[in-house]
Design a protein around this ligand. Structure first.
Ligand SMILES: Cc1cc2nc3c(=O)[nH]c(=O)nc-3n(C[C@H](O)[C@H](O)[C@H](O)COP(=O)(O)OP(=O)(O)OC[C@H]3O[C@@H](n4cnc5c(N)ncnc54)[C@H](O)[C@@H]3O)c2cc1C
Length: 401
């Protein structure tokens, strides 16, 4: 019984030799270039710009962007493997690339040719950075509840509002901003009347406000963004007027595979660290690994990790094929993998004993990171709603609100 899917082929994970070659090159990059700087990144809460430059030189900032726009022309599996391998060392580093996708994906899918030619190449080359601004102080999950407005003025649009928790805003050059362009036709249709606009840093009235300190993914700090009578020309609208909600949902459906990949990378790191420590740490005259309770922790971590990894690769395979089931699979992968990352981090702390809770021990950071994974790109309880709705749609063609 494969319900709600159609056949066993729906569970295929498609891999090829090039993916493995690429994965190894990313691992080598992460271990050589990022790992020596992890403590500094945690301490300063900043990714050194020189490190991003090195990643750009490797073409890592152009993953998923077509070659016509100076990108690597790679499919989703490359992006998944990149995020997983780098997150094994430093998940915060991948936030820069993931929020970039929350800008480049809507521009690639819904943008005009002019927008693609103007914005994608400098991002792909790592010369410019991008951010995605939907969340506001009064609206996160409830995207339709945003209060930022865009009103027609002099042939363009004037945007007013305040965005909150915007990752990478401190260094971004381009922002994709969601605003209300017309009142909702009814309470039931609150999602109507929203539109996306590109706003460039330096536009009069646009300002990046306070940094928000969060417990995890140190190195990437979200910020407040203020839009005070910001004028943008008509050509800065992404997609059609009123299509904003649909574009946002499509973008998050696509983007949340990246969060699952971050979580798998972190769970992998927890397993490796716990295993390494249990082999070298001696208690009662033997290495920790000889004690059955520790063996149980390690084998449970490995089992959960591989389950999460398979779900991640499966969701990526479905997304690569543009299959509609990819939405449900991505939500399941995000939900499961982020909870696995949390459990793996707790187990890694337990196996490490005191060292596990030392703040310079570099183990506890994974627990803090996992808490952020569970919230952004749609909190995990919201993933449960998405999964249920997608299941009803796939199996019965039924819309459940
Ligand atoms: C580190 C970080 C970086 C971020 N980066 C960005 C960014 O770059 N751009 C951007 O636009 N946003 C960003 N966000 C915002 C993020 O997407 C939101 O925090 C997230 O969508 C949740 O919204 P909220 O915080 O307003 O929580 P709320 O929407 O207020 O929800 C609070 C809790 O209630 C639960 N809940 C809400 N509605 C329901 C429901 N219908 N049923 C059941 N439970 C529900 C949620 O699951 C959640 O646990 C970031 C957040 C963080 C923490």
């Amino acid at each position: 019984m494969v319900f709600p899917f159609s056949s066993v082929f729906d569970f295929a994970v498609e891999m090829k030799e090039e993916y493995e070659i690429f994965r190894k090159s990313v691992r080598a990059f992460a271990e050589k270039e990022i790992e020596p700087l992890v403590k500094e990144i945690e301490r300063t809460n900043t990714i050194p710009p020189a490190l991003l430059k090195k990643a750009a030189e490797q073409g890592y900032l152009g993953l998923g962007i077509p070659e016509t726009y100076d990108g690597q022309g790679t499919d989703m599996m490359y992006s998944t493997l990149f995020v997983e391998e780098v997150s094994r060392i430093c998940p915060a580093f991948t936030v820069a690339t993931l929020v970039g996708v929350l800008f480049t994906y809507p521009v690639m899918v819904y943008g005009t040719e002019e927008q693609k030619r103007k914005y994608l190449p400098p991002i792909a080359r790592g010369e410019k950075f991008a951010a995605h601004a939907t969340t506001e102080p009064g609206a996160g999950t409830d995207v339709a509840g945003i209060e930022t407005t865009a009103k027609r003025k002099n042939g363009g649009w004037e945007i007013n509002g305040r965005k909150y928790f915007i990752s990478g805003a401190d260094k971004a050059d381009y922002f994709i901003v969601l605003a209300r362009t017309s009142p909702p036709p009814s309470r039931k249709e609150r999602h109507k009347g929203l539109s996306f606009f590109i706003v460039e840093r330096g536009t009069p009235g646009f300002r990046v406000g306070e940094k928000i300190e969060v417990i995890g993914i140190r190195g990437s700090h979200p910020c407040e963004v203020i839009l005070d009578n910001v004028y943008v020309p008509e050509e800065n609208m992404v997609g059609e007027e009123g299509q904003g909600f649909k574009i946002a949902m499509d973008t998050y459906d696509h983007g949340r595979i990246g969060v699952a990949a971050q979580a798998v990378g972190v769970a992998q790191a927890c397993l490796e660290k716990a295993l390494q420590y249990s082999l070298q740490r001696r208690v009662f005259e033997r290495p920790l690994i000889y004690f059955q309770a520790v063996q149980f922790h390690v084998s449970e971590m490995l089992t959960m990790l591989e389950g999460a990894r398979l779900m991640l690769y499966w969701a990526t395979t479905l997304a690569n094929k543009n299959r509609p089931e990819a939405v449900m699979a991505a939500s399941m992968a995000k939900l499961y993998a982020t909870e696995v990352a949390e459990k793996a981090a707790l187990k890694a702390i337990t196996v490490h004993g005191g060292v596990g809770v030392a703040t310079d021990g570099m183990v506890e950071r994974f627990l803090r990171d996992s808490q952020v994974f569970k919230i952004y790109e749609g909190a995990n309880d919201i993933q449960k709603l998405v999964i249920l709705r997608q299941m009803m749609k796939t199996a019965f063609g039924m819309d459940v609100d």
